[in-house]
Design a protein around this ligand. Structure first.
Ligand code: AMP
Ligand code: MG
Length: 297
């Protein structure tokens, strides 16, 4: 998945539960990766067409394109070609020419999904990339697997996609630190008290390169196909559905504070958000229901 996946379960959890969990992750990666030859997404991007037998994978793609609509294209699963051109986080990272970007088709409304035949068809010049939602989806799959196997306590972290299972102790929530952008890994700006929920963070600092004093990050604005310019340094979404939280953390980062809060208010009242803004202040959704403690710089 191009990131570190960390799973900690209650003492006494068997080795086989961990093995099962990592097999599950590896299976999802094999099917959904944009770059792994033979994956469903790889095939779709190469052939322009794919039939997807597996209901879960098909439904994830359908949901991704529904979210593109709800977010008016800020969340854009058809942005794969631009992601590949920038290559951020790979050996080939670079600033693409305007000509190259102009040749990219990321008009997600041109994607044809046949829900009877389970087929997806994309036009020329387009590639699908589920990088902004796939780890959330994988988290939800893990949570279902752990529930089936009687796990009642633990923490999953798939590269910023965290899920806390149960509480730390009876009546004591887990404390989850949110990474200080561009600081040493593990340094937090806030500690959130949480139980049984997904908490997903996106930010430029997760993957970027620097050239001539400018930072180019891996989250692209579909309007320009350039790294998103935003007043949010770090965008955290909390809610029961990790797939949705993942898509929305990326989306809110792109939209910036005002548009993000408006979108959540009208379309996604079931989630809460905490943003670290460029002036280092914190903004949250109204009636933010979780206790949090700011850590002095
Ligand atoms: P995340 O780490 O969840 O915020 O997702 C970032 C990843 O999503 C990037 O590395 C790209 O693979 C992909 N991506 C970049 N820009 C967008 C966008 N506007 N909409 C959807 N996916 C994107
Ligand atoms: Mg995301």
């Amino acid at each position: 998945m191009g990131t570190i996946c960390n799973i900690s379960l209650d003492e006494g959890s068997s080795e086989s539960i961990y093995t099962g969990a990592f097999n599950l992750l590896s299976d999802i990666d094999t099917n959904l990766s944009r770059t792994k030859e033979g994956s469903l997404i790889y095939t779709l991007n190469k052939e322009g067409h794919v039939t997807i037998e597996n209901d879960d994978y098909f439904n994830l793609i359908v949901r991704s394109f529904e979210l593109a609509q709800t977010t008016e294209g800020a969340f854009d699963p058809s942005i794969g070609k631009a992601v590949a051109l920038w290559g951020i986080g790979t050996e080939d990272e670079r600033i693409p020419s305007q000509e190259e970007l102009d040749a990219v088709n990321d008009d997600y409304t041109q994607v044809v999904i046949d829900t009877e035949k389970h087929t997806i068809t994309i036009p020329k010049g387009m590639e699908v990339d589920l990088g902004a939602i796939g780890k959330g989806y994988a988290t939800d799959k893990l949570i279902a697997y752990f529930a089936e196997n009687g796990v009642t306590r633990g923490i999953i972290n798939l590269g910023g996609n965290v899920y806390v299972i149960g509480s730390k102790d009876e009546g004591t929530p887990w404390k989850i630190g949110l990474q200080k952008p561009f600081d040493q890994r593990g340094d937090s700006f806030v500690l959130l008290s949480l139980s049984d929920t997904a908490v997903v963070t996106s930010g430029a600092y997760e993957r970027y390169f620097e050239k001539d004093g400018t930072i180019y990050c891996h989250i692209l604005d579909p309007k320009t196909l350039y790294p998103a310019q935003t007043d949010i340094q770090s965008s955290t979404i909390i809610g029961p559905d990790a797939t949705l939280c993942d898509a929305l953390s990326t989306t809110c980062f792109i939209l910036g504070k005002e548009k993000a809060l408006a979108l959540l208010d009208t379309a996604f009242p079931e989630v809460s958000a905490l943003f670290l803004l460029s002036d280092n202040s914190i903004a949250t959704t109204p009636q933010f229901p979780y206790a949090y403690q700011e850590i002095a710089p």
